[in-house]
Design a protein around this ligand. Structure first.
Ligand SMILES: Cc1c2[nH]c(c1CCC(=O)O)Cc1[nH]c(c(CCC(=O)O)c1C)Cc1[nH]c(c(CCC(=O)O)c1C)Cc1[nH]c(c(C)c1CCC(=O)O)C2
Length: 348
């Protein structure tokens, strides 16, 4: 079977598949003991991201451990930000810390647009190593989208209310446009280099776009993401693009105008509601906490999602957000098997 005919790629293009393919956001993560051991060996999380041998090894763990249909490159959306000239650290219990703070137009002027081949070679090497070992399943590349990346840069880390990001967006339009333009170029070049290095499809994480009203999203964010997607489609017309963010059901109609192939749904978005608003393939959307429930409950929820997903142009099963570190790997494996079994059953 040519990789182009793999169910994930077919579902992304809206073609019929024999079963519903599945992968899990954060599938190479802390719930896996093997992951935790390798991260220890690497030093810090960022050290692991910069180590092609170990990052490739970690990427492949969930293929063996839980049997997912695709691998996702092991890295982080904050990795390219480091090369723009901002220090990124992960602090236990606090999450990412970005320094120095970006507050003025001059601060943004100092930020660079990294050249991936020169400044992020370890990411591209990781992709090449994975592609040598993984021949029967697609590899997913990814990047954060400009808004989500800008929020980390302006807030200096995770945020609850996005005061710095939103006030820059509203009050410092020159700063906002310059930062979003630099991020647009960064993300375009970064994803394009990943595709050239061998990834089979890409996911754009605009994880926090849902904190914006539809009006603000359309005015201050959508045009930049649109530019990235159009440029990628021009350069790499064959590579499917997935667009994802949480709490963003109010943005579905707007995002349906993006030239992407798949829209990722969080677990609060009901599939019929989404299908009334979008005509693209969908990805999702089991509540990550469902993996803490009994197997019978998981099965019931999976069946409902799969049934509803049959009405979509194409469906890639996933959680509605990343798998939680406390999850039992056995439950993740059960999820994958259940998706495969029930989706075959529903088609026969
Ligand atoms: C917002 C965001 C980030 N990173 C990412 C997003 C968008 C997706 C989402 O909405 O969650 C994306 C991401 N992060 C990671 C991947 C790798 C691929 C995968 O398995 O999905 C991907 C695609 C690994 C990771 N990224 C991170 C881990 C955990 C690091 C560790 O402790 O080992 C992993 C496996 C760290 C990370 N990275 C980020 C935060 C806020 C944190 C800290 C979380 C915490 O401390 O609990 C930023």
């Amino acid at each position: 079977m040519s990789l182009k005919e793999h169910p994930i790629l077919k579902a992304a293009r809206g073609e019929k598949t024999d079963y519903t393919p599945v992968w899990i956001m954060r599938q190479a993560g802390r719930y896996s003991e093997r992951y935790r051991r390798i991260r220890e060996k690497a030093g810090s999380f960022m050290d692991l991201c910069r180590n092609p041998e170990l990052a490739a090894e970690v990427t492949l763990i969930p293929i063996e451990e839980i049997g997912v249909d695709a691998a996702i490159l092991f890295s982080d959306i904050l990795v390219p930000i480091e090369k723009m000239g901002i220090d990124v650290r992960f602090v236990e219990g606090r999450g990412p810390v970005l320094e120095p703070k970006v507050e003025t137009v001059e601060d943004v002027e100092r930020l660079k647009v990294p050249e991936p081949e020169k400044e992020l070679p370890y990411v591209l090497e990781t992709i090449q190593l994975i592609k040598k070992k993984l021949t029967d399943r697609p590899l997913i590349g990814f990047s954060g989208a400009p808004f989500t990346l800008a929020s980390y840069i302006l807030e200096g880390g995770s945020s609850k209310n996005y005061i710095a990001a939103k006030s820059a967006m509203w009050n410092k339009i020159e700063l906002w446009d310059l930062l979003m333009t630099k991020l647009t170029e960064t993300v375009t070049e970064y994803l394009s280099s990943q595709i050239k290095a061998g990834v089979d499809l890409v996911q754009i994480f605009d994880s926090w776009m849902g904190v914006l009203s539809r009006e603000d999203y359309e005015k201050y964010v959508f045009p930049y993401t649109e530019k990235i997607v159009n440029e990628l489609k021009k350069r790499h017309p064959e590579t499917p693009i997935i667009h994802f963010g949480v709490n963003s059901s109010h943005l579905l109609e707007v995002n349906n105008r993006l030239n992407v192939d798949v829209i990722g749904l969080d677990w609060k978005t009901e599939i019929p509601f989404a299908l009334d608003r979008i005509n693209k393939s969908i990805q999702g959307n089991l509540d990550p906490v469902a993996l803490f429930a009994d197997e019978s409950l998981i099965e019931e929820k999976v069946r409902k999602i799969l049934k509803e997903g049959l009405k979509a142009r194409g469906h890639i099963f996933n959680l509605g957000h990343g798998i939680l570190p406390q999850t039992d790997p056995k439950k993740a494996r059960f999820l994958v098997e259940t998706v495969h079994r029930i989706s075959r059953e529903l088609r026969s």
